[in-house]
Design a protein around this ligand. Structure first.
Ligand code: 3HC
Length: 287
């Protein structure tokens, strides 16, 4: 199947980066759909900033960066976003109710052969596919933050996802210059978040129990394990609300107390200390 148009649903932290990565290939038109103009404007600004960094580094020329922007079509209009699209990547907030509405609309407004991929961090692909009439075309396509720089994309096979769909996703991942791993069974957290989230949660417990200061925990893991960012910086980077959603899914699906969210995480989310996206989490990001 030749892909000409891709629709990215959600212009947030992940969606804007995914749209940019797709557009940078130079072969696809990218519709970027969101529910509020301010979300679209913010996403477009982030893309411009990121392209600016690539231009500064000489990865892209000014003209190429302009073309990347020209191929991205931000819209609030659902019909326009899905019209004649070949591939949908949903990157809406990690809430089942929101994703259900997105999948129902995408199912109704796309052609039968259009693939419906989701960038969910943890929600069951099989559950999301049940909101559509074509579960064989629904698949997990999980990018990592920031999508512009991170090489990995997890492909997750839902219970009813067809092999044809998996191979179309593999092709697309190759075209955008990323590396794929296949998650053969639809299990909570897939590979990376199943390992990462308990580690981040444990770092939160170290703070909660007063064992060490955040900056020392981060320093320990950066220098002791060679992570590019310490766990608390990484929490700020991905968003504490997103991390809480993922940990809650692990806890609820496995029904295992080892995945119980640290009370500090719950408190910080309630206080709006979500990290980079709100300007404050463990660190101050307002600069
Ligand atoms: N677009 C373009 N360039 C960017 C960029 C972007 N969005 N973000 C950063 N850069 C560039 C910077 O300009 C900088 O360029 P330079 O080397 O020429 O100065 C370079 O990338 C490095 O950036 P920084 O100096 O700001 O910071 P780092 O050296 O720490 O690199 C990083 C940034 C690549 C994000 C690195 O810190 C990193 O790998 N961090 C860990 C990220 C990670 O673990 N992500 C996964 C999170 S989990 C997840 O996403 C799953 C989800 O389901 C929760």
């Amino acid at each position: 199947m030749e892909i000409k148009k891709v629709t990215v649903v959600g212009a947030g932290l992940m969606g804007h980066g995914i749209a940019q990565v797709l557009s940078q290939v130079g072969k696809f038109n990218v519709a970027l759909l969101d529910v509020k103009q301010e979300f679209l404007d913010r996403g477009v600004n982030w893309i411009k900033k990121s392209l600016g960094k690539f231009v500064e580094k000489g990865v892209l020329s000014n003209e190429e960066a302009e073309k990347v922007m020209e191929r991205i079509h931000p819209t609030l209009n659902v019909e326009e976003a899905y019209k004649d699209t070949d591939f949908v990547i949903e990157a809406a907030p990690e809430k089942i109710a929101i994703k259900k509405e997105v999948f129902k609309a995408a199912d109704k407004l796309t052609r039968p052969e259009t693939i419906l991929a989701t960038n969910t961090s943890s929600i069951s692909i099989t559950l999301l596919s049940s909101f559509t009439s074509k579960p064989d075309k629904v698949v997990g396509m999980h990018f990592f933050n920031p999508p512009q720089l991170m090489k990995l994309v997890e492909i997750i096979k839902g219970k009813l996802t067809s092999d044809e769909t998996i191979s179309a996703v593999k092709d697309l991942i190759e075209k955008i210059g990323k590396e794929a791993v296949l998650v053969k069974k639809d299990a909570p957290g897939f590979i990376v978040n199943r390992i990462l989230m308990p580690a981040l949660n444990e770092a939160l417990f170290l703070v909660w129990e007063g064992i060490a200061e955040p900056k020392d925990i981060d320093k320990a893991i950066k220098l002791g394990l060679n992570w590019p960012m310490g766990p608390l910086t990484l929490l700020d980077y991905v968003g504490l609300d997103t991390a809480l959603s993922v940990i809650d899914v692990l806890y609820n699906e496995f029904k295992d107390s080892k995945y119980r969210a640290c009370p500090l995480l719950v408190q910080m989310v309630r206080a709006g200390l979500l990290g980079r996206k709100t300007g404050k989490g463990f660190y101050d990001w307002k600069h």
